[in-house]
Design a protein around this ligand. Sequence first.
Ligand SMILES: CC(C)(COP(=O)(O)OP(=O)(O)OC[C@H]1O[C@@H](n2cnc3c(N)ncnc32)[C@H](O)[C@@H]1OP(=O)(O)O)[C@@H](O)C(=O)NCCC(=O)NCCS
Length: 219
Amino acid sequence: MIEEIVPEGVAAAEHFGDAPGAALYPEELVALGETGEARRLEFTTVRHCARRALGGLGLPPAPLLPGVRGAPRWPDGVVGSMTHCAGYRAAAVARRSGMSTLGIDAEPHEPLAEGLLDYIALPEERQRHTGLADLHPDVCWDRLLFCAKEAVYKAWFPVTQRWLGFDGALISLVPDGTFRARVLAVPPPQQPCSPTAFEGRWLARNGLLLACATEPRSV
Ligand SMILES: CC(C)(COP(=O)(O)OP(=O)(O)OC[C@H]1O[C@@H](n2cnc3c(N)ncnc32)[C@H](O)[C@@H]1OP(=O)(O)O)[C@@H](O)C(=O)NCCC(=O)NCCS
């Protein structure tokens, strides 16, 4: 599924459930630390996916350690993103020469908990949500908005090393499976070139919502 929404030049891999043969590098085990079984499994399987994705770019497997604020540290010359939710894990990578950043997110295709939409949505997004939900009631647009925002954050953070709140980007979801994001956060003076927009694709299938965000390509 994830391969359907990543742009050209991106290698992706996914796994439904956990991969029995997946293993961690010793340094990944150290980074994971003492944790519960569920976290160990998602951490391990998503790295198994990431190494398969690296293989898709013709690159060898490598340890993938969590870096600043949990953002994964990719091999030199690579950008990428990982996601996991109940029953699903996915990773996507690209060569930095062809893409500045990328973020993916997966969510269960279920409505958000009561009150959460008000917390994550800007007034314009809430207004748009009402229209989309009326026209296409089969899609949980509130959860999809959350999913797209998280994908945008995962693309934003590695290039800026800065937090971006839910009010930091205005997302426009389009029923054709695309979305756009306009960053509202003001770039700090030392980062005048931080991204101002993202574009992406989304998919609803098999009880899951997937989103992938990248910086728009200059033509
Ligand atoms: C970091 C965050 C996006 C993770 O999303 P999530 O749905 O909870 O979890 P997912 O399973 O989809 O993704 C987890 C993976 O994201 C990656 N990740 C974590 N922090 C990250 C960061 N700062 N930047 C990029 N990727 C990050 C990691 O690979 C992590 O997996 P791992 O710990 O096994 O390596 C989320 O917890 C968060 O902090 N969101 C608030 C920020 C936000 O979304 N703002 C909206 C801007 S419009």
